[in-house]
Design a protein around this ligand. Structure first.
Ligand code: 5AD
Ligand code: SF4
Length: 441
């Protein structure tokens, strides 16, 4: 039996795609090799959102080349977003690659493997009609958690972002297919699902009128499926976060009290240049409405510093947005110019050292506010879905609260179980606690 190894870069959509790649390869009779060195087929599922993702990939491609030089019988396939943008140059730049495929043509990897014995190397997946990875078999990393893809692509035109170019226009999966998958997962013992889309809350707009379902309606239907105890979704766009969705979050018991709502900047001027279609005030009033209607909500975000033309004053506005929205956590990024995006050719690119200095100040503020918000949980009892042993201390268990905070705790619960944990301590990113075992009456 031949063996494969898949390395995943980038976002949760890529992680989901990788589960489908693995499922497909296993259906073709390949087994997983835990180490790259032992694989007959090496697959890199790549990302191109920022330059950093690419430098990490370059190191991996170098390693794969050395492995192929030692054993030319090995195959190297490169999929995902970097493969897609580099379509024209990939094989020139990296002659060690045998096959490449974009995020919309994962199934073609399987088709190529079946045909490969005929010697067709150095080819790119046809890139014909885009197909949902979700239609392929999958191999889940955890039996009790699953991603469910609701759409692919993105219709936004954020000026810094390469995703719409790479993953194309939004295509929504018919609600019936999404729900059938959720029901099957529930029957299979899955307790937590995360609905995935590049712009998850604009789900449904591209469906034919007769089948059109809003994201809020889809969320309510998922909530009605028995057995699924937690529903999450990522990533929404603030522009499409309407009252109907806030109401669905507030009213559906299984929808978790967490929203990841990417703000990107706190300056209305920069938001406009980013083409985010909301301004600072609209974002803050949305955040306030969400906090008011969803008790105990955790709000996390993405922020970019050093967008072209960002002045010291614009950056101060981002700092003050973080304070006003009181984010429970944030992913912070230094702006990275991407091929053929509008922002890459804007004048006034911000010097690297200014970006560095800004990101450091931003991280410090984010951590201090997140730490404060986490410390406010001390003394409360939280429902935790147990994921396994703690990464830092084997004597403890690890899991996540409904608010999506990681908790390390002393207890006896098993992976996949829901435990009640009393919070005793907190950092800016994690909680520490002990399982509460109710004594028999
Ligand atoms: N530079 C820096 N960060 C970016 N992101 C997207 N494109 C870029 C870029 N060119 C960030 C955004 C987005 C997250 C997934 O990555 O904050 O929400
Ligand atoms: Fe990029 Fe904007 Fe689409 Fe998110 S919504 S993937 S930031 S274009």
């Amino acid at each position: 039996m031949r063996r494969y190894n898949v390395t995943t870069f980038g976002c949760q959509m890529n992680a989901h795609d990788s589960e489908r790649i693995k499922g497909m390869l296993e259906e073709l009779g390949l087994g997983e090799a835990p180490r790259l060195e032992d694989a007959d087929l090496i697959v890199f599922n790549t990302c191109t959102i920022r330059e950093k993702a690419e430098s990490r990939l370059a190191a991996h491609l170098g390693l794969a080349k050395a492995l192929k030089d030692a054993d030319p019988g090995r195959l190297l396939a490169v999929g995902g977003c970097f493969a897609e943008v580099q379509r024209e140059h990939l094989f020139e730049q990296f002659p060690q690659v045998d096959f490449a495929f974009g995020p919309g043509s994962i199934a073609e990897l399987g088709e190529w493997l079946k045909a490969e014995r005929n010697g067709a190397r150095g080819s790119f997946g046809s890139g014909g009609e885009r197909r949902f990875a979700a239609e392929l078999p999958f191999r889940r990393e955890r039996p009790f958690q699953a991603w469910v893809q609701v759409s692919m692509g993105c219709n936004s035109v954020c000026s810094y972002c390469i995703v719409p170019t790479v993953r194309g226009k939004q295509i929504s999966r018919p609600a019936e297919k999404v729900l059938a998958e959720v029901r099957a997962l529930a029957a299979d013992g899955v307790r937590e699902i995360t609905l995935l889309g590049q712009n998850v809350n604009s789900y449904g707009r591209d469906l034919p009128a007769a089948e059109r379902v809003t994201f809020a309606e889809l969320l309510r239907s998922c909530d009605r499926v028995d057995g699924v105890e937690r529903i999450r979704f990522t990533s929404p766009h603030p522009k499409d976060f309407r009252s109907d969705l806030i109401a669905a979050m507030a009213e559906c018991e299984s929808v978790c009290e967490h929203a990841h709502l990417p703000a990107q900047s706190g300056s209305s001027r920069i938001l406009k240049a980013m083409r985010r279609t909301y301004d600072r005030e609209r974002f803050l009033s949305l955040a306030a409405e969400m906090r008011e209607r969803i008790p105990d909500l955790a709000l996390t975000t993405d922020l970019i510093v050093g967008f072209p033309g960002e002045t010291g004053e614009d950056f101060e506005q981002t700092l003050s947005l973080v304070e006003q929205a009181a984010f429970d956590g944030a992913y912070t990024f230094v702006y990275s110019p991407r091929y053929d995006t509008e922002a890459a050719s804007l004048p006034d690119q911000v010097p690297e050292e200014v970006k560095r200095e800004r990101i450091e100040r931003l991280i410090e503020l984010v951590q201090s506010i997140a730490g404060e918000r986490n410390r406010a949980r001390i003394g409360s009892t939280e429902q935790v879905l147990v994921e396994g042993p703690s990464r830092t201390d084997e004597t403890l268990l690890r899991g996540r609260t409904r608010r999506n905070t990681t908790v390390n705790f002393a207890g006896t619960a098993k992976a996949g179980e829901l435990a009640e944990v009393r919070v005793e301590n907190a950092t800016s990113t994690t909680l520490r606690g002990a399982q509460v075992v109710s004594s028999p009456a």
